[in-house]
Design a protein around this ligand. Sequence first.
Ligand code: ADP
Ligand code: ZN
Length: 298
Amino acid sequence: MTHTPLYGGIEAGGTKWVCAIGTGPDDIRAETRFPTTTPAETLSCAVEFFRAHDSEQLAAIGVGSFGPVDLNPLSSSYGYITTTPKPGWANTDVVGTLQRALGRPIGFDTDVNVALLGEQQWGAARDCDVAVYITVGTGIGGGALVGGRLVHGLIHPEMGHIRLVRDPERDPFTGICPYHSDCLEGLACGPAIKARWHAPAEQLPADHPAWELEADYLGQAMATLLCILSPQRIIVGGGVMSQPHMFPRVRAATQRWLNGYLQHPHILVHPEQLIVPPALGSRAGVLGAIALAMRVAG
Ligand code: ADP
Ligand code: ZN
C-alpha cells in the first residue's frame, strides 16, 4: 500500500495563529486557530495541536510568520522573529522551538511570501513566474515571486514601508508607522484608517472619502511595484480589501499613477486580470504553509 505523506502548516499571524494538517485545499484533515498571546503560550498551542494529531507522521511543517524574520540559514538567529514591535515577541526562536518539540523538518518564511506560495501552487499565481502578494490588514506586507521563486535577498521584501507621495491638504495625517512618516503601511493599513477617520474601517460607508484616499495610496504602491518588478499578477488580500468596491478603485488608481506609460492590455484595458483577490481567500496563508512544507520535504 502506498502511503501518502501528510504536511503541517502554520499561519503565524500577529493577531491569530492557524494550524492545519493535510495535502492541499481539498484535503485538510485537521485545523485549529487560536489568538497570538505570549510566544511561549502560542508556540505550545501549536505544538499541542500537532502532537494531538500524530505529528510523527508529518513529512514536514511549514510556517508563514509575521515579522520581520531572519530567513538566512547561515545566521545564528535563523528562524527567529527578530525586531518586531509586538510586545514580548522580539527575538523569538520559532523554528528552533518547533523543531525541538516536534522533531520534524520546519520550513520558514514571511506570512506574505507563504501566502504567495499557496497562490502559486493552487490559486491566482499558478501561471506566473513574477507575482506579488500584498496584505492590507493590521499592517501591510508584501511578498514576491521572481523566476518562480520567493524573493528573500538581503533580508526579505518590506513593501509596506515604501514611501508614498501625500498631499498634505487632502490628507494632513502623516501615518502611524513609528519608523517613517508617509509610508504605505503607516498611511493605509487598517489601524491608520481608524486613526485618521476616528472609526474602524469596517464601519465607514462605501461613499466615505476614506476609500478614494485609501485606493489612491494602494494604487500608488501598485504602480511602483509594476515599475520595479513587472509582476504578471498582484494579489491583494487582508481585511481592508474585503470591501467589494475597493478592487475597482485600486485598479483605477494604479492606472492614474502609471498615466499610460506601461503599455500592456492588463494595465490599460483589463486590470482585473492584473490586480486580483487571493483565489484561496483567507486560507492562502495556512495553505501556503502546507505548500512550503511540501517544498521542504522535497
Ligand atoms: P490581520 O492583518 O491582523 O491578520 P485582517 O487582515 O483581518 O487581520 O486585518 C484587520 C484590519 O482590517 C483591521 O484594521 C480592520 O479594521 C480591517 N478590516 C477588517 N474587516 C474589514 C472590512 N470588512 N472592511 C474594512 N476593513 C476591515
Ligand atoms: Zn514605515
